[in-house]
Write a protein that binds this ligand. Structure first.
Ligand code: 5GP
Ligand code: ZN
Length: 115
């Protein structure tokens, strides 16, 4: 837990969020500024800076995060017809909160361009 990390503070319950799914390792919340009708953020409860840090340090939390993406897709009913999952990483990747999170975005047709 980092006092200066926004998502650590959400995980700790110090800041409000709308929880979609939760287990011992991860929590999924609605994005405060959604870009589509479904826009959920899946966070690890422990702090990892980004997907590189997570992947290097915790296979268990990495698997839990992927499993939670699948659960969120089912809960939000976007597994069909489909959705997008992204991990923005670092400055050039467009990451603005330095606590690893998967975006789960859907319920509208998304562009085929990722740029
Ligand atoms: P990033 O740009 O790091 O990939 O994504 C950060 C996401 O966090 C953005 O989509 C932004 O809208 C969302 N966000 C920023 N602050 C908050 C907050 O206080 N609560 C929630 N639920 N989402 C937030
Ligand atoms: Zn954090």
């Amino acid at each position: 837990m980092s006092d200066s990390c926004l998502f650590c503070r959400i995980v700790a319950g110090e800041l409000p969020s709308t929880v979609v799914y939760e287990n011992d390792l991860v929590i999924a919340i609605r994005d405060i500024n959604p870009v589509a009708p479904v826009h959920v953020l899946v966070l690890t409860k422990e702090h990892y800076d980004d997907i590189v840090d997570l992947g290097e340090r915790s296979p268990e939390a990495s698997a839990a995060l992927i499993e939670a993406v699948a659960s969120v897709a089912q809960i939000e009913q976007v597994a069909e017809p489909g959705f997008r999952t992204t991990f923005n990483t670092g400055v050039q990747g467009g990451q603005t909160v330095d606590h690893v999170h998967a975006h789960v975005i859907g319920r509208r047709q998304l562009s085929t361009s990722l740029g």
